[in-house]
Design a protein around this ligand. Structure first.
Ligand code: NAD
Length: 92
């Protein structure tokens, strides 16, 4: 267990890549805290400390940081709204 008892924060981990990163940390024994705007998906995550909120909002971040029960070892700042569909479709 490479990350046993290490504390990892993963932003935007209720879905997608962040969710996979959070699960990988859990598999390696880390304590995982997630912040995400998607409450429905976030509350379904198991074995993580879930905090609902938007990471860009100062007031939210202050509450989030104050809620942390353990010093942070890793921060994966993954959350963002992806821009999909901007590439030009190419057909053979
Ligand atoms: N999927 C790709 O092909 C790809 C490619 C290049 C870069 N990325 C980047 O990787 C990251 C994850 O991509 P993904 O495809 O897993 O995205 P996703 O949309 O599947 O998941 C993003 C998560 O972040 C959350 N989120 C968005 N903005 C937030 C905010 N301000 N505060 C808190 N939570 C927020 C969403 O609710 C969601 O749960 C993004 O930063 C994206 O730009 C993705």
């Amino acid at each position: 267990m490479e990350f046993a008892n290490k504390h990892a924060i993963v932003t935007g981990a209720a879905n997608g890549i962040g969710c996979s990163i959070a699960k990988a940390f859990l598999r390696e024994g880390a304590i995982v805290t997630v912040i995400d705007v998607n409450k429905t998906s976030g509350e379904k995550l198991q074995n993580v400390n879930f905090f609902h909120g938007k990471k860009k909002k100062k007031s939210v971040l202050e509450k989030f940081v104050c809620s942390l029960a353990k010093p942070v070892d890793y921060l994966i700042n993954n959350a963002c709204v992806g821009r999909r569909g901007l590439l030009i479709p190419v057909t053979a």
